[in-house]
Ligand binder design. Sequence first.
Ligand code: V47
Ligand code: SF4
Length: 356
Amino acid sequence: MSVEQIAEILSRGERIDAAQAKVLWEQAPLWLLARLAVEAKVGKSGDKVFYNKNFHLEPTNICLFECRFCSYRRRKGEPGAWDYSMEEVLAQVEARKGCGATEVHIVGGVHPERDIYYYAEMIRRIKEIMPAICVKAFTAVELHYMIRKAGLTIEEGLQLLKEAGMESIPGGGAEIFDEKIRAEICPQKCSSVEWLDMHERAHKLGYDSNATMLYGHIESIDHRIDHLMRLRDLQDRTGGFNAFIPLKFRSANNGLESLGETSVVDDMRTLAMSRLILDNVPHIKAYWVMYGKESAELALSFGADDIDGTIEDSTKIYSMAGAKDQRPRLTIGEIEKMCAVAGFRAIERDTHYNEL
Ligand code: V47
Ligand code: SF4
């Protein structure tokens, strides 16, 4: 099938399959992908681009695993390691009181000595300090480790955290679902089937969640399409994903440094193709901390309708991997300007995409 015929299918609002996606991804001119992706975005969210007021808590970067793309993890006692006590984490939350944040995103290393009961207690105490804040916490990889370690079923573990006040699950840990690539870049992480299963069970328990894809390393276009198709299939069953976030591999200070980084054109093609393939996922997020502010602005012309949040200089994952903003922070004025320059309207949302 030709690019023009596939574009016709999309313009009629119909779904494309993996073979059609491959033709489009490899052969369509950039301007056509931009046009089709923006049409799809406008069909879902009109002239709106969403953001939220959020901050991250990263209690520790001590991690049992050794993902080859990671610049963040440290062993205990290694220079650059941090391991905040409960009181130190809660002091960080106290310091944010009154800042207007509606979401705290908690993520970190897979720490060998922390367990699910410790993290449930952390969530409970965060909610005592900021009762209205939405806790979006722990990747499926972290959840899988802490739930299995406690000897609980996935449902029991997720229920325990829900009762502590957790409401949503971030999209990390998905990386690339293809088993061979996953074994090359992050062999210790839970499997693709386990990642998808965690989100499926969470959706059935009433959590919503996000999904990511780490691209621009040793994977091919076929692997990216396979990843997106597995997400689309799960979303058909549950409808629980709010947003998809393509994550560009950043190459500084990690085991895959020699690969370098993919181009901005590849970033934009990946965003547009994500919007076109994931016809059942409401939002595509251009995570500005990872792209940098300029590419995030450009991403709004390639189908993204969300740019994450204000962040308040609270995450180190990308700065340690070489991202431009070493102290990531966006003001509401900057977000509004970015959206206006791209021809859209900035709308504040909460974690569940209710407009505020
Ligand atoms: O799973 C780690 C990625 C992810 C590198 O759900 C890297 O709203 C690029 O998932 N280069 C964690 N990426 C962060 C994440 C996330 C971020 C923002 C919003 C949301 C959300 C989720 O970061 C990991 C991994 O894929 N990552 N190292 C690196 N060198
Ligand atoms: Fe650990 Fe996460 Fe880094 Fe992998 S990506 S080594 S799980 S901190």
